[in-house]
Design a protein around this ligand. Structure first.
Ligand SMILES: [Zn+2]
Length: 467
Protein backbone atom coordinates (compact mmCIF):
# COMPACT_ATOMS: atom_id res chain seq x y z
CA UNK A 1 0.00 0.00 0.00
CA UNK A 2 1.11 3.50 -0.87
CA UNK A 3 0.99 5.74 2.20
CA UNK A 4 1.22 8.85 0.03
CA UNK A 5 -2.07 7.91 -1.57
CA UNK A 6 -3.75 7.49 1.81
CA UNK A 7 -2.53 10.91 2.90
CA UNK A 8 -3.75 12.42 -0.37
CA UNK A 9 -7.19 10.88 0.13
CA UNK A 10 -7.35 12.37 3.63
CA UNK A 11 -6.30 15.76 2.28
CA UNK A 12 -8.95 15.54 -0.43
CA UNK A 13 -11.56 14.72 2.20
CA UNK A 14 -10.62 17.84 4.16
CA UNK A 15 -11.32 19.83 0.99
CA UNK A 16 -14.63 18.05 0.54
CA UNK A 17 -15.73 18.75 4.13
CA UNK A 18 -15.34 22.49 3.68
CA UNK A 19 -17.66 22.35 0.67
CA UNK A 20 -20.52 20.98 2.77
CA UNK A 21 -20.85 24.54 4.09
CA UNK A 22 -20.81 26.31 0.75
CA UNK A 23 -23.75 28.34 -0.41
CA UNK A 24 -25.50 27.31 -3.61
CA UNK A 25 -23.88 30.32 -5.33
CA UNK A 26 -20.40 29.25 -4.26
CA UNK A 27 -21.09 25.76 -5.56
CA UNK A 28 -22.30 27.03 -8.92
CA UNK A 29 -19.32 29.34 -9.33
CA UNK A 30 -17.02 26.42 -8.58
CA UNK A 31 -18.83 24.20 -11.11
CA UNK A 32 -18.53 26.85 -13.84
CA UNK A 33 -14.77 27.14 -13.27
CA UNK A 34 -14.23 23.40 -13.12
CA UNK A 35 -16.28 22.84 -16.25
CA UNK A 36 -14.25 25.43 -18.14
CA UNK A 37 -10.99 23.70 -17.16
CA UNK A 38 -12.36 20.28 -18.13
CA UNK A 39 -13.46 21.48 -21.55
CA UNK A 40 -10.21 23.30 -22.23
CA UNK A 41 -8.31 20.16 -21.38
CA UNK A 42 -10.51 17.92 -23.51
CA UNK A 43 -10.27 20.25 -26.52
CA UNK A 44 -6.49 20.43 -26.18
CA UNK A 45 -5.84 16.71 -25.71
CA UNK A 46 -8.71 14.60 -27.06
CA UNK A 47 -9.01 14.24 -30.85
CA UNK A 48 -12.49 12.81 -30.29
CA UNK A 49 -13.79 15.88 -28.47
CA UNK A 50 -12.17 18.20 -31.03
CA UNK A 51 -14.50 16.57 -33.56
CA UNK A 52 -17.47 15.87 -31.34
CA UNK A 53 -17.75 19.45 -30.07
CA UNK A 54 -16.58 21.03 -33.31
CA UNK A 55 -18.09 24.52 -33.57
CA UNK A 56 -19.52 24.16 -30.07
CA UNK A 57 -16.50 24.83 -27.93
CA UNK A 58 -18.10 28.01 -26.59
CA UNK A 59 -21.64 26.64 -26.40
CA UNK A 60 -23.29 26.16 -23.01
CA UNK A 61 -23.22 22.69 -21.54
CA UNK A 62 -26.86 21.87 -22.30
CA UNK A 63 -26.30 22.46 -26.02
CA UNK A 64 -23.52 19.87 -26.27
CA UNK A 65 -24.19 16.44 -27.75
CA UNK A 66 -24.80 13.49 -25.45
CA UNK A 67 -22.07 10.86 -25.13
CA UNK A 68 -23.24 7.25 -24.83
CA UNK A 69 -21.27 4.28 -23.58
CA UNK A 70 -21.34 2.78 -27.07
CA UNK A 71 -19.73 5.93 -28.51
CA UNK A 72 -17.20 6.07 -25.72
CA UNK A 73 -16.13 2.46 -26.31
CA UNK A 74 -16.13 2.79 -30.09
CA UNK A 75 -13.88 5.88 -30.05
CA UNK A 76 -11.90 4.84 -27.00
CA UNK A 77 -8.37 5.44 -28.34
CA UNK A 78 -9.23 8.90 -29.73
CA UNK A 79 -11.26 9.96 -26.71
CA UNK A 80 -8.56 9.39 -24.11
CA UNK A 81 -6.09 12.22 -23.64
CA UNK A 82 -2.96 10.07 -23.38
CA UNK A 83 -1.95 8.71 -26.79
CA UNK A 84 -0.15 5.79 -25.10
CA UNK A 85 -3.51 4.27 -24.09
CA UNK A 86 -4.83 1.59 -26.42
CA UNK A 87 -8.09 -0.20 -25.68
CA UNK A 88 -6.79 -3.60 -26.73
CA UNK A 89 -3.87 -3.33 -24.32
CA UNK A 90 -6.17 -2.11 -21.56
CA UNK A 91 -8.31 -5.23 -22.04
CA UNK A 92 -5.27 -7.48 -21.77
CA UNK A 93 -4.26 -5.68 -18.59
CA UNK A 94 -7.77 -6.21 -17.17
CA UNK A 95 -7.69 -9.92 -17.82
CA UNK A 96 -4.50 -10.27 -15.79
CA UNK A 97 -5.58 -8.04 -12.94
CA UNK A 98 -5.28 -9.48 -9.44
CA UNK A 99 -4.69 -6.55 -7.09
CA UNK A 100 -3.60 -2.94 -7.25
CA UNK A 101 -1.70 -3.03 -10.56
CA UNK A 102 -1.80 0.02 -12.82
CA UNK A 103 -1.96 0.10 -16.58
CA UNK A 104 1.27 1.64 -17.97
CA UNK A 105 2.26 1.99 -14.33
CA UNK A 106 -0.08 4.96 -13.84
CA UNK A 107 -3.74 4.15 -14.58
CA UNK A 108 -6.22 2.27 -12.41
CA UNK A 109 -8.60 0.43 -14.75
CA UNK A 110 -12.24 -0.18 -13.77
CA UNK A 111 -15.07 -1.76 -15.71
CA UNK A 112 -18.83 -1.89 -15.38
CA UNK A 113 -20.34 -5.31 -14.82
CA UNK A 114 -21.75 -5.20 -18.32
CA UNK A 115 -25.08 -6.77 -17.40
CA UNK A 116 -26.32 -5.41 -20.72
CA UNK A 117 -23.51 -7.25 -22.50
CA UNK A 118 -20.98 -4.54 -23.21
CA UNK A 119 -18.89 -3.38 -20.27
CA UNK A 120 -17.69 0.20 -20.15
CA UNK A 121 -14.01 0.61 -19.31
CA UNK A 122 -12.72 3.58 -17.35
CA UNK A 123 -9.18 4.66 -16.54
CA UNK A 124 -8.16 6.89 -13.66
CA UNK A 125 -4.82 8.57 -13.14
CA UNK A 126 -3.50 9.14 -9.63
CA UNK A 127 -5.34 12.41 -9.00
CA UNK A 128 -8.58 11.01 -10.43
CA UNK A 129 -8.29 7.83 -8.41
CA UNK A 130 -7.72 9.79 -5.19
CA UNK A 131 -10.92 11.73 -5.91
CA UNK A 132 -12.84 8.48 -6.48
CA UNK A 133 -11.64 7.04 -3.18
CA UNK A 134 -12.35 10.27 -1.32
CA UNK A 135 -15.87 10.35 -2.80
CA UNK A 136 -16.62 6.92 -1.31
CA UNK A 137 -15.13 7.96 2.02
CA UNK A 138 -17.28 11.10 1.92
CA UNK A 139 -20.41 8.96 1.44
CA UNK A 140 -19.46 7.12 4.64
CA UNK A 141 -18.83 10.34 6.52
CA UNK A 142 -22.24 11.66 5.55
CA UNK A 143 -23.51 8.47 7.18
CA UNK A 144 -21.72 9.37 10.40
CA UNK A 145 -18.72 7.06 9.95
CA UNK A 146 -15.69 9.30 10.32
CA UNK A 147 -12.62 8.27 8.42
CA UNK A 148 -9.19 8.99 9.81
CA UNK A 149 -5.86 7.33 10.43
CA UNK A 150 -6.26 6.60 14.11
CA UNK A 151 -9.75 5.16 14.15
CA UNK A 152 -10.16 2.30 11.72
CA UNK A 153 -13.63 0.94 11.40
CA UNK A 154 -14.33 -2.77 11.33
CA UNK A 155 -16.18 -3.21 8.08
CA UNK A 156 -17.85 -6.03 6.17
CA UNK A 157 -18.60 -5.65 2.49
CA UNK A 158 -20.86 -8.12 0.71
CA UNK A 159 -20.47 -7.31 -2.96
CA UNK A 160 -18.69 -8.28 -6.11
CA UNK A 161 -15.16 -9.59 -5.73
CA UNK A 162 -14.32 -9.35 -9.42
CA UNK A 163 -10.87 -7.71 -9.66
CA UNK A 164 -11.87 -4.93 -12.08
CA UNK A 165 -15.04 -3.82 -10.26
CA UNK A 166 -14.65 -0.45 -8.62
CA UNK A 167 -15.34 -1.51 -5.04
CA UNK A 168 -12.75 -4.27 -5.33
CA UNK A 169 -10.22 -1.88 -6.83
CA UNK A 170 -10.74 0.79 -4.20
CA UNK A 171 -10.25 -1.86 -1.57
CA UNK A 172 -7.06 -3.13 -3.23
CA UNK A 173 -5.54 0.36 -3.15
CA UNK A 174 -6.46 1.07 0.45
CA UNK A 175 -6.18 -2.47 1.72
CA UNK A 176 -4.13 -2.31 4.88
CA UNK A 177 -5.23 1.18 5.82
CA UNK A 178 -8.90 0.42 5.47
CA UNK A 179 -8.51 -2.83 7.26
CA UNK A 180 -9.89 -4.43 9.27
CA UNK A 181 -12.35 -5.33 6.55
CA UNK A 182 -13.74 -8.57 5.26
CA UNK A 183 -15.10 -8.83 1.76
CA UNK A 184 -17.65 -11.51 1.03
CA UNK A 185 -18.88 -12.36 -2.43
CA UNK A 186 -22.60 -11.63 -2.73
CA UNK A 187 -22.76 -14.82 -4.78
CA UNK A 188 -21.76 -16.96 -1.77
CA UNK A 189 -24.47 -19.08 -0.11
CA UNK A 190 -26.52 -17.12 2.41
CA UNK A 191 -25.71 -19.37 5.37
CA UNK A 192 -21.99 -18.99 4.88
CA UNK A 193 -22.33 -15.18 4.67
CA UNK A 194 -24.38 -15.17 7.88
CA UNK A 195 -21.83 -17.36 9.66
CA UNK A 196 -18.88 -15.19 8.66
CA UNK A 197 -20.66 -11.97 9.61
CA UNK A 198 -21.54 -13.41 13.02
CA UNK A 199 -17.89 -14.28 13.57
CA UNK A 200 -16.64 -10.91 12.35
CA UNK A 201 -19.17 -8.58 14.09
CA UNK A 202 -18.72 -5.61 11.75
CA UNK A 203 -19.30 -2.02 12.89
CA UNK A 204 -20.18 -1.11 9.33
CA UNK A 205 -22.02 -3.28 6.84
CA UNK A 206 -21.95 -2.50 3.12
CA UNK A 207 -24.13 -4.55 0.77
CA UNK A 208 -26.25 -4.49 -2.35
CA UNK A 209 -29.87 -3.68 -1.45
CA UNK A 210 -31.10 -7.20 -2.30
CA UNK A 211 -28.45 -8.72 -0.03
CA UNK A 212 -29.08 -6.23 2.78
CA UNK A 213 -32.76 -7.23 2.70
CA UNK A 214 -31.91 -10.92 2.97
CA UNK A 215 -29.51 -10.20 5.83
CA UNK A 216 -32.10 -8.03 7.61
CA UNK A 217 -34.54 -10.95 7.41
CA UNK A 218 -31.84 -13.23 8.82
CA UNK A 219 -31.25 -10.78 11.67
CA UNK A 220 -35.00 -10.56 12.41
CA UNK A 221 -35.20 -14.37 12.41
CA UNK A 222 -32.35 -14.50 14.93
CA UNK A 223 -29.84 -16.30 12.69
CA UNK A 224 -27.72 -13.25 12.09
CA UNK A 225 -26.67 -11.41 15.24
CA UNK A 226 -24.67 -8.31 14.45
CA UNK A 227 -25.03 -4.69 15.60
CA UNK A 228 -23.54 -2.46 12.92
CA UNK A 229 -23.69 1.26 13.67
CA UNK A 230 -24.21 1.99 10.00
CA UNK A 231 -25.52 0.00 7.06
CA UNK A 232 -24.73 1.23 3.55
CA UNK A 233 -26.60 -0.01 0.52
CA UNK A 234 -25.68 0.68 -3.08
CA UNK A 235 -25.75 -0.48 -6.69
CA UNK A 236 -29.38 -1.58 -6.73
CA UNK A 237 -32.78 0.01 -6.27
CA UNK A 238 -33.57 0.31 -2.57
CA UNK A 239 -37.31 -0.17 -2.29
CA UNK A 240 -39.49 1.16 0.55
CA UNK A 241 -40.04 -2.32 1.94
CA UNK A 242 -36.34 -3.19 1.85
CA UNK A 243 -35.58 0.03 3.74
CA UNK A 244 -38.30 -0.73 6.29
CA UNK A 245 -36.90 -4.20 7.00
CA UNK A 246 -33.32 -3.00 7.35
CA UNK A 247 -34.44 -0.28 9.77
CA UNK A 248 -36.49 -2.85 11.67
CA UNK A 249 -33.44 -5.11 11.96
CA UNK A 250 -30.81 -2.53 12.91
CA UNK A 251 -32.52 0.77 13.61
CA UNK A 252 -32.51 4.10 11.79
CA UNK A 253 -28.93 3.82 10.56
CA UNK A 254 -29.36 2.91 6.94
CA UNK A 255 -27.61 5.08 4.37
CA UNK A 256 -28.21 4.51 0.72
CA UNK A 257 -25.59 5.59 -1.76
CA UNK A 258 -25.43 5.87 -5.48
CA UNK A 259 -22.20 5.33 -7.33
CA UNK A 260 -21.07 4.76 -10.89
CA UNK A 261 -17.91 3.22 -12.27
CA UNK A 262 -17.60 6.32 -14.45
CA UNK A 263 -17.20 8.68 -11.53
CA UNK A 264 -17.06 7.03 -8.11
CA UNK A 265 -19.71 8.07 -5.62
CA UNK A 266 -22.40 10.26 -7.20
CA UNK A 267 -24.78 10.74 -4.31
CA UNK A 268 -25.19 9.68 -0.71
CA UNK A 269 -27.67 9.97 2.12
CA UNK A 270 -27.01 12.19 5.15
CA UNK A 271 -28.33 11.55 8.62
CA UNK A 272 -31.55 13.44 7.91
CA UNK A 273 -32.59 10.57 5.61
CA UNK A 274 -34.36 12.89 3.16
CA UNK A 275 -32.76 11.38 0.09
CA UNK A 276 -29.27 11.33 -1.37
CA UNK A 277 -27.22 14.47 -1.85
CA UNK A 278 -25.68 14.72 -5.29
CA UNK A 279 -21.94 15.35 -5.16
CA UNK A 280 -22.30 18.34 -7.44
CA UNK A 281 -18.83 19.64 -6.76
CA UNK A 282 -17.50 16.50 -8.47
CA UNK A 283 -20.13 15.88 -11.11
CA UNK A 284 -22.67 18.08 -12.89
CA UNK A 285 -25.81 16.00 -13.09
CA UNK A 286 -28.70 16.66 -15.45
CA UNK A 287 -31.93 14.72 -14.91
CA UNK A 288 -33.52 14.53 -18.36
CA UNK A 289 -36.25 12.83 -20.36
CA UNK A 290 -35.78 10.54 -23.35
CA UNK A 291 -35.06 13.57 -25.58
CA UNK A 292 -32.46 15.01 -23.18
CA UNK A 293 -34.74 17.80 -21.98
CA UNK A 294 -34.50 18.69 -18.28
CA UNK A 295 -37.11 17.22 -15.97
CA UNK A 296 -38.28 19.26 -12.93
CA UNK A 297 -37.97 18.14 -9.28
CA UNK A 298 -40.69 15.72 -8.23
CA UNK A 299 -40.78 13.97 -11.60
CA UNK A 300 -38.79 10.89 -12.63
CA UNK A 301 -36.35 11.47 -15.46
CA UNK A 302 -35.62 8.80 -18.05
CA UNK A 303 -31.87 9.12 -17.65
CA UNK A 304 -29.03 11.19 -16.27
CA UNK A 305 -26.33 13.08 -18.05
CA UNK A 306 -23.17 13.36 -16.02
CA UNK A 307 -20.21 15.63 -16.53
CA UNK A 308 -17.34 14.44 -14.38
CA UNK A 309 -15.51 17.65 -13.48
CA UNK A 310 -12.22 16.03 -12.52
CA UNK A 311 -12.02 13.66 -15.50
CA UNK A 312 -8.89 14.20 -17.56
CA UNK A 313 -7.69 10.78 -18.76
CA UNK A 314 -11.11 10.04 -20.23
CA UNK A 315 -13.10 13.27 -20.18
CA UNK A 316 -16.80 12.62 -19.59
CA UNK A 317 -19.01 15.47 -20.73
CA UNK A 318 -22.79 14.89 -20.83
CA UNK A 319 -22.25 11.17 -20.55
CA UNK A 320 -25.49 9.19 -20.45
CA UNK A 321 -26.45 6.94 -17.52
CA UNK A 322 -29.69 5.07 -17.95
CA UNK A 323 -30.89 5.50 -14.36
CA UNK A 324 -34.32 6.94 -13.75
CA UNK A 325 -34.09 9.23 -10.71
CA UNK A 326 -36.25 11.93 -9.19
CA UNK A 327 -34.96 15.21 -7.75
CA UNK A 328 -36.55 16.23 -4.48
CA UNK A 329 -38.48 19.51 -4.50
CA UNK A 330 -37.70 19.96 -0.79
CA UNK A 331 -34.41 21.05 0.78
CA UNK A 332 -32.65 19.00 3.47
CA UNK A 333 -32.27 20.55 6.95
CA UNK A 334 -28.55 19.64 6.87
CA UNK A 335 -27.93 22.85 4.96
CA UNK A 336 -25.69 21.16 2.34
CA UNK A 337 -25.67 23.11 -0.91
CA UNK A 338 -26.09 19.86 -2.85
CA UNK A 339 -29.41 18.96 -4.46
CA UNK A 340 -31.22 15.83 -3.27
CA UNK A 341 -32.55 12.91 -5.20
CA UNK A 342 -35.36 11.32 -3.24
CA UNK A 343 -35.88 8.21 -5.37
CA UNK A 344 -34.28 5.98 -7.97
CA UNK A 345 -36.69 3.68 -9.74
CA UNK A 346 -34.17 1.75 -11.76
CA UNK A 347 -32.58 1.83 -15.15
CA UNK A 348 -34.04 2.20 -18.59
CA UNK A 349 -33.21 -1.49 -18.96
CA UNK A 350 -35.71 -2.18 -16.16
CA UNK A 351 -38.55 -0.70 -18.16
CA UNK A 352 -40.36 -3.57 -19.83
CA UNK A 353 -42.06 -3.05 -23.16
CA UNK A 354 -45.30 -4.84 -24.02
CA UNK A 355 -47.50 -4.84 -27.01
CA UNK A 356 -50.34 -2.41 -26.31
CA UNK A 357 -53.89 -3.75 -26.05
CA UNK A 358 -54.87 -0.99 -28.48
CA UNK A 359 -51.79 -1.45 -30.67
CA UNK A 360 -48.39 0.18 -30.41
CA UNK A 361 -46.00 -0.38 -27.56
CA UNK A 362 -46.57 0.16 -23.85
CA UNK A 363 -43.67 0.84 -21.50
CA UNK A 364 -44.14 -0.46 -17.99
CA UNK A 365 -42.01 1.13 -15.29
CA UNK A 366 -40.40 -0.85 -12.47
CA UNK A 367 -42.60 0.89 -9.88
CA UNK A 368 -45.67 -0.85 -11.26
CA UNK A 369 -44.19 -4.18 -10.17
CA UNK A 370 -42.54 -3.06 -6.96
CA UNK A 371 -45.87 -1.68 -5.70
CA UNK A 372 -47.27 -5.21 -5.94
CA UNK A 373 -44.29 -7.35 -4.98
CA UNK A 374 -42.46 -5.27 -2.44
CA UNK A 375 -44.66 -5.81 0.61
CA UNK A 376 -45.06 -9.57 0.13
CA UNK A 377 -43.65 -11.60 3.05
CA UNK A 378 -40.68 -12.78 0.99
CA UNK A 379 -36.96 -12.17 1.25
CA UNK A 380 -36.58 -11.67 -2.48
CA UNK A 381 -38.57 -11.23 -5.66
CA UNK A 382 -37.82 -10.87 -9.33
CA UNK A 383 -39.94 -10.24 -12.41
CA UNK A 384 -38.63 -11.84 -15.58
CA UNK A 385 -40.03 -11.07 -18.98
CA UNK A 386 -39.85 -13.90 -21.49
CA UNK A 387 -41.50 -14.57 -24.81
CA UNK A 388 -45.25 -14.59 -24.14
CA UNK A 389 -44.90 -15.01 -20.39
CA UNK A 390 -44.05 -12.95 -17.36
CA UNK A 391 -42.45 -15.00 -14.60
CA UNK A 392 -42.54 -13.85 -11.00
CA UNK A 393 -39.93 -15.50 -8.77
CA UNK A 394 -40.34 -15.48 -5.00
CA UNK A 395 -37.75 -16.67 -2.50
CA UNK A 396 -37.90 -17.08 1.26
CA UNK A 397 -41.70 -16.97 1.45
CA UNK A 398 -42.62 -16.85 5.14
CA UNK A 399 -46.29 -15.98 5.27
CA UNK A 400 -49.39 -16.39 3.19
CA UNK A 401 -48.90 -15.71 -0.49
CA UNK A 402 -51.67 -16.78 -2.86
CA UNK A 403 -49.87 -17.39 -6.13
CA UNK A 404 -53.06 -17.12 -8.12
CA UNK A 405 -54.05 -13.83 -6.49
CA UNK A 406 -50.58 -12.43 -7.11
CA UNK A 407 -50.73 -13.46 -10.76
CA UNK A 408 -54.18 -11.89 -11.10
CA UNK A 409 -53.05 -8.64 -9.45
CA UNK A 410 -50.08 -8.48 -11.80
CA UNK A 411 -52.26 -9.09 -14.83
CA UNK A 412 -54.64 -6.37 -13.69
CA UNK A 413 -51.80 -3.88 -13.19
CA UNK A 414 -50.50 -4.60 -16.70
CA UNK A 415 -53.99 -4.20 -18.12
CA UNK A 416 -54.29 -0.82 -16.37
CA UNK A 417 -51.05 0.20 -18.10
CA UNK A 418 -52.72 -0.60 -21.41
CA UNK A 419 -50.60 -3.66 -22.11
CA UNK A 420 -51.72 -6.70 -24.01
CA UNK A 421 -51.48 -8.91 -20.92
CA UNK A 422 -49.20 -11.96 -21.16
CA UNK A 423 -49.45 -15.13 -19.14
CA UNK A 424 -48.14 -14.61 -15.59
CA UNK A 425 -46.47 -17.48 -13.75
CA UNK A 426 -45.55 -17.33 -10.09
CA UNK A 427 -42.70 -19.56 -9.08
CA UNK A 428 -41.08 -20.21 -5.70
CA UNK A 429 -37.32 -20.59 -5.79
CA UNK A 430 -34.69 -21.24 -3.10
CA UNK A 431 -32.88 -18.02 -4.04
CA UNK A 432 -33.24 -15.26 -6.62
CA UNK A 433 -30.68 -15.90 -9.37
CA UNK A 434 -27.78 -13.47 -9.22
CA UNK A 435 -25.68 -11.84 -11.89
CA UNK A 436 -21.97 -12.59 -12.12
CA UNK A 437 -21.37 -9.58 -9.85
CA UNK A 438 -23.77 -11.01 -7.27
CA UNK A 439 -26.58 -8.54 -7.88
CA UNK A 440 -30.21 -9.63 -7.91
CA UNK A 441 -32.10 -7.25 -10.19
CA UNK A 442 -35.81 -6.79 -9.41
CA UNK A 443 -36.83 -6.60 -13.04
CA UNK A 444 -35.12 -8.38 -15.88
CA UNK A 445 -35.82 -9.45 -19.41
CA UNK A 446 -34.60 -12.58 -21.13
CA UNK A 447 -35.75 -11.38 -24.49
CA UNK A 448 -32.98 -10.57 -26.89
CA UNK A 449 -32.25 -6.88 -26.66
CA UNK A 450 -30.77 -6.97 -30.12
CA UNK A 451 -33.95 -8.01 -31.89
CA UNK A 452 -35.72 -4.97 -33.26
CA UNK A 453 -38.95 -4.18 -31.48
CA UNK A 454 -40.91 -4.34 -34.71
CA UNK A 455 -39.82 -7.92 -35.42
CA UNK A 456 -40.85 -9.00 -32.00
CA UNK A 457 -44.18 -7.26 -32.29
CA UNK A 458 -44.84 -8.98 -35.58
CA UNK A 459 -44.18 -12.32 -33.98
CA UNK A 460 -46.59 -11.42 -31.23
CA UNK A 461 -44.18 -11.40 -28.33
CA UNK A 462 -43.13 -8.55 -26.13
CA UNK A 463 -39.55 -7.43 -25.90
CA UNK A 464 -37.47 -5.17 -23.88
CA UNK A 465 -36.65 -2.31 -26.12
CA UNK A 466 -33.10 -2.23 -27.40
CA UNK A 467 -31.65 1.08 -26.22
ZN1 LIG B 1 -29.20 15.95 3.98
Amino acid sequence: MDMQIVLSVLEKMRQFRSRDHWTRQQLEAYQADALRSLREYAYAHSPFYQQFHHGLTDAPLHELPVLTKAMLMEHFDELVTDRAIRLEEVKTHMRNLTGDERFLGRYWVNATSGSSGHPGIFLFNRAEWITVMASFARAREWGGVKVNLTRRVKTATVASTTPFHMSTRVNATLHSWWMPEIRLAASEPKDSIVERLNAWQPEVLIAYASMARILADEQLAGHLQITPRAVFTSSEVLTEETRRRIVQAWGERLFNQYAATESGSLAAECDHHRGMHLMEDLVIIEVVDQDNRPVPPGVYGDKLLITVLGSRTQPLIRYELSDSVRLSPDPCPSGHPFALIDAIQGRVEDVLSFRGAAGGVVHVHPLVFSRIMDTLPVSGWQVIQEAGVLRVLLSGVRGEVEDETLAATSRQALAEQGANVPRVEVQRVPAIPKTAAGKAPLITSNLSSSSPLSDALDSGVSVQEAL
